[in-house]
Design a protein around this ligand. Structure first.
Ligand SMILES: Nc1ncnc2c1ncn2[C@@H]1O[C@H](COP(=O)(O)OP(=O)(O)O)[C@@H](O)[C@H]1O
Ligand SMILES: [Mg+2]
Length: 496
């Protein structure tokens, strides 16, 4: 039995609107409106409402379930009524990269090459991860990428056109947004993952130069330019840009998809690998070691508790706590592929720490990597996320028929996909993990006690190990971001 690290999406309760309070509208896309909302734990989340008319979100949801990465927006809950679909997701701080590009153009504050590199690396990291899971986005554009201007953190959103291409060699459907579409998509001759890398190339061109590579008065003109791959780097601006950046760009805006770099290859390119002082906030070695120590105390035998911990993170983790942990994760992830290998963790492990053992406890889906949610689960202070009240709320969310007990059918419905069982009987075993009095169902009290037991065991082990100096994760002190030293100017990008 294993617990998948991907998202746990609770999608059976239809009372989303009674559990979330609308605060303001934050987005208007092609398919729906997006709101900032507050949940019962007073934490902020995003709600996307999509009209059902002629539209199914099945793809978006199924694909999002598999994606668990710091640069990909996480979906937490979905529901539907006769007219609408409701999707609750993580609220991403910041604005569309599209707006940020325009803001930079207007205020004459172009991105420096190093800033572009920092931003672009994160986009590639998210794409590489999704491609590794055989999911292609098909609508990569600055409107579907959010950036937090304070630390330039990137989130790829809007997986509405995404496609799982496991067992599919080529797709033909002409889909996406023209300015960013790859030639093979437009030619309808069949395309694969590489279409996303072309779109990334277009974005890189815009970030570096402030202009679009394939301008045109109308779609026909743009399409012709893309197909003939007529773009140039003759403008003065390109003289100020490094050879390595231009090389990467040429290898992305490459007509022939088989010669175009994959996301992983692009991540390994010289330009992306370059040492730079635009980067993540600094965390001292000592603090990092302490954090790994905290993680190393994670011990959770019960699959039901593990899955519940994921739920607690979705419901109760604040934006600020999330941000701190996310930065730690990204620091550890040296090669930027969005998951942690044993090698990457080793550096911060203290002498005597059994890294194999640590890995096997945290890597709950046993795929040989610690993925983002697995990391969060081990790294958060669960005492703060799982108070009696918070557990009651979670319980109510899981208790689909509202009878005050979790029955095997409910557990199956909710955790199916999240918890993988080899045989049907294992569902019964799961229930037994928490069913103290053996009545075949889990009461709120049993549920709270099981989680409390887990939290206590964490506390004991951390009491033994931790130094008192860092009882809590301390707030970050120094921030290392170099701003705008680039001599070049952004020019007005042709409006769409
Ligand atoms: N999780 C989120 N956090 C913050 N803003 C969001 C979030 N999701 C969407 N938005 C905003 O809403 C806009 C539309 O959302 P999107 O998912 O792209 O919808 P559509 O499929 O209709 O294009 C986005 O471009 C973005 O500005
Ligand atoms: Mg969109």
């Amino acid at each position: 039995m294993i617990v998948n690290s991907g998202n746990l999406i609770v999608n059976i309760r239809n009372d989303i609107m009674s559990r979330y309070e609308k605060i303001s509208q934050i987005g208007q896309g092609t398919f729906g409106k997006v709101y900032k909302v507050k949940n019962q734990a007073n934490e902020l989340r995003a709600l996307k409402i999509i009209a059902k008319k002629n539209f199914t979100i099945q793809n978006e949801i199924e694909n999002m379930k598999k994606l668990d990465h710091p640069n990909i927006m996480a979906v937490y809950e979905i529901a539907q009524d006769e007219q609408f679909y409701y999707i609750i997701s993580q609220l991403c701080d910041g604005i569309e990269l599209f707006e940020e590009i325009h803001r930079r153009i207007k205020s004459n504050k172009p991105f420096s090459e190093e800033e572009v590199r920092f931003i672009f690396k994160q986009i590639l990291s998210g794409i590489a991860y999704a491609h590794d899971k055989n999911i292609i986005h098909r609508d990569i554009k600055p409107e579907n990428i959010l950036i937090d201007p304070t630390d330039k953190h990137i989130k790829i959103i809007d997986w509405g056109l995404s496609k799982d291409i496991t067992n599919i060699d080529f797709i033909q459907q002409k889909i996406g947004t023209i300015d960013y579409a790859a030639p093979e998509v437009l030619l309808e001759k069949g395309y694969d993952k590489k279409c996303d890398l072309w779109s990334c190339g277009v974005i890189l061109y815009i970030l570096l130069s402030g202009e679009t590579p394939f301008p045109g008065q109308n779609t026909d003109e743009i399409e012709k330019r893309i197909i003939s791959q007529r773009f140039n780097m003759k403008q003065k601006i390109w003289k100020t840009i490094s050879k390595e950046a231009k090389n990467l760009l040429k290898n992305l805006l490459q007509q022939n998809p088989s010669k175009r770099l994959s996301a992983l290859q692009a991540l390994e390119s010289e330009w992306i690998q370059r040492k730079s002082d635009v980067g993540l906030q600094e965390i001292s070695f000592q603090e990092m070691t302490f954090r790994i120590q905290h993680i190393s105390n994670f011990r959770c035998e019960s699959k039901l508790v593990q899955a519940t911990l994921h739920l607690m993170i979705q419901q109760n983790l604040s934006q600020e706590q999330y941000k701190q942990l996310r930065i730690t994760f990204q620091k550890l992830d040296k090669n930027g592929d969005g998951k942690l290998s044993m090698e990457e963790l080793k550096e911060y492990c203290q002498n005597g720490m059994d890294i194999m053992d640590l890995f096997s406890r945290i890597d709950t889906d046993k795929n040989g990597f610690i993925e983002f949610t697995e990391f969060l689960t081990a790294a958060v202070d669960m005492k703060k996320l799982a108070s009696a009240d918070q557990l009651k709320q979670a319980f109510q969310l899981l208790d689909l028929n509202g009878d005050g007990y979790l029955e095997i059918e409910e557990i199956k419905k909710i955790f199916n996909g999240k918890i993988q069982v080899q045989e049907e009987q294992q569902w019964d075993q799961l229930l037994l993990e928490m069913d103290e009095n053996g009545d075949g169902k889990i009461s709120l009290k049993e549920y709270q006690e099981a989680i409390a037991k887990f939290i206590d065991s964490q506390k004991n082990s951390s009491d033994i190990h931790s130094s008192n100096r860092f009882q809590e994760f301390e707030p970050y002190i120094s921030k290392k971001v170099k701003v705008n030293e680039s001599p070049y100017k952004l020019r007005n990008r042709q409006q769409k």
